[in-house]
Write a protein that binds this ligand. Structure first.
Ligand SMILES: C[S@@+](CC[C@H](N)C(=O)[O-])C[C@H]1O[C@@H](n2cnc3c(N)ncnc32)[C@H](O)[C@@H]1O
Length: 326
């Protein structure tokens, strides 16, 4: 590809960017919102790991079952020498299956790209012991990190980009497609993107996955307000908000919100603002879009890939998709 123009999601100073995004998102005239990226910090990342072990949250286990079952097939479809980069690796637990399959045929460099230093450290310790794997971590936003990882590739080395856990679902559908196209601009023809996508499923199953009875997902969501208190000198009273998960059937997505239990105002010193909340007003903190399996090949075609293969889990409807850059 000749075009190498990449958009950057973050400015250099993440704390300043956080303050700016919080001030903007909480002073919107309509629905208040905060980016789900900010859910992951030294408290949020371990809470997310706990969520992946909950009985109600079958998504991660489905993703891992598919990788465990099909790693050899996935790897056999790749060009001969590959550099692996993972967008938002989290703990990297599932990635072990791909790395171990690859090391049966080559020494492998693995580049996890993570905004959360806690998740990146966990990933490096989780996967650091695999023989024949070298880890080069990037504590950066997705595209910035991918560009840096790609610039380290050797001649004749192909990229395998992993985007697992249906993290694509955190983007609005249009933004998700724009993101896939931006990733494509960093790739060369023949490079691959392994994309995990959570599929539509019955409503009670979906709601339970994002509103578990043990309250771990609620803690994960509320931690965002605690993070604003810690990092931006705010005075959120966490007891005055409650976690809510709802399904938006028009958009086919779960939305996580934080609902204000009363009229209140909150001062965020380092963001230079005071925000008022009416009783029952919400802050929208995360979207998790759900897909139909046959949507993915079409989405791949629109963004510069072909879908080489798709593997489905029947226990928890989930698709692993191998997209190849055209
Ligand atoms: C939904 S979790 C998925 C983690 C893991 N891939 C999995 O499948 O379990 C999303 C991960 O992406 C990271 N993340 C979120 N926004 C990011 C961004 N803009 N750039 C880099 N990493 C980001 C988070 O810190 C988090 O670890």
């Amino acid at each position: 590809m000749s075009s190498r123009k990449i958009s950057y999601a973050f400015l250099t100073d993440p704390r300043e960017q956080f303050a700016r995004d919080v001030a903007r998102g909480l002073t919107l005239s309509g629905q208040k919102e905060l980016s789900s990226t900010y859910l992951y910090d030294e408290v949020g990342s371990p809470l997310f790991e706990a969520i992946t072990n909950l009985a109600e949250y079958g998504l991660t286990r489905a993703d891992e079952r598919l990788l465990a079952r099909h790693a050899a097939d996935i790897v056999s479809r790749l060009k001969s020498q590959v550099l692996v980069a993972e967008l938002g690796s989290g703990s990297g637990r599932k990635t072990r299956w791909i790395l171990e399959a690859l090391t049966r045929r080559q020494r492998t460099t693995y580049c996890p790209i993570e905004i959360s230093p806690t998740a990146l450290a966990r990933c490096e310790s989780e996967l650091g012991q695999i023989e024949y794997v070298s880890i080069v971590g990037f504590e950066r936003p997705y595209l910035d990190g991918l560009l840096a990882a790609a610039s380290g590739r050797h001649q004749n080395e192909h990229l395998l980009v992993l985007f697992l856990g249906s993290t694509i679902g955190n983007f609005d559908r249009d933004a998700g497609e724009r993101f896939l196209a931006e990733v494509r601009r960093i790739l060369y023809p023949g490079d691959a993107l392994l994309l995990g996508t959570d599929l539509e499923k019955p409503l009670p199953q979906l709601i339970a996955a994002y509103d578990d009875p043990t309250g771990v997902t609620a803690a994960f969501n509320l931690n965002l307000l605690a993070r604003i208190n810690r990092e931006l000198g705010a005075d959120f009273d966490l007891a005055a908000f409650r976690h809510e998960a709802r399904y938006n059937s028009a958009e086919r997505r779960i939305e996580m919100h934080l609902r204000s239990r009363r009229d209140q105002s909150v001062t965020i010193l380092n963001a230079g603002c005071t925000v008022t909340f009416a009783k029952d007003e919400t802050i929208w903190t995360e979207s998790s879009h759900k897909y139909r399996a046959d949507e993915i090949p079409a989405m791949a075609r629109r963004t510069g890939y072909r879908c080489d293969a798709q593997w489905l889990d029947s226990e928890w409807l989930f698709a692993e998709n191998l997209l190849v850059a055209e």
